[in-house]
Design a protein around this ligand. Structure first.
Ligand SMILES: [Zn+2]
Length: 162
């Protein structure tokens, strides 16, 4: 469910939005080959009407399933922002889209989560290890027929044992 904030209700009082959004709902799946969002993002936001716009502030937390760009090891990274805020203009050139009196807060949240994504995920700072699965990767990428596949895998394994 997108985070839809009703502007009419907001005229009466501040609203609280608390819940979870999946990577699919945030359209963050497949955005980066090395980073997956298997667990939903948690958010807790308070939204209020201000002069000329809507102010949303609160916190969110995401657990990223990353693959180290160096050693290809899988690891998890927690991204969190405890003082997140955004201002959506209700008038002027950068006016936000209002559909059925509602403003979608999912989009600004998505953008800031993306900004917080690590550019080159590393399992630890300065990781310079080589992938453990190097042999297997070479076999996968070389163009062998399926029937030849097994023998070449064994050949690779034998090389490793020596
Ligand atoms: Zn690594």
């Amino acid at each position: 469910m997108p985070i839809l904030c009703n502007v009419r209700q907001l005229q009466k009082k501040a609203l609280v939005f608390k819940g979870e959004l999946s990577g699919q709902e945030l359209d963050l799946e497949g955005f980066d080959d090395c980073i997956k969002l298997r667990l939903p993002i948690k958010y807790d936001l308070e939204v209020q009407l201000m002069e000329g716009g809507i102010l949303a502030q609160g916190q969110w937390q995401a657990v990223l399933d990353c693959e180290c760009v160096h050693c290809l090891k899988s690891f998890q990274k927690v991204l969190a922002q405890s003082d997140w805020s955004c201002f959506l203009m209700l008038e002027g050139e950068e006016q936000v889209t209002v559909v059925n009196d509602c403003v979608d807060l999912t989009q600004p949240l998505r953008e800031d989560i993306l900004l917080a994504y690590p550019q080159q995920p590393l399992c630890e700072p300065g990781c310079d290890r080589l992938p453990e699965k190097a042999g297997a990767r070479i076999t996968e990428s070389s163009q062998v027929q399926p029937s030849e596949m097994n023998s070449s895998v064994w050949a690779e394994l034998n090389k490793l044992k020596l």
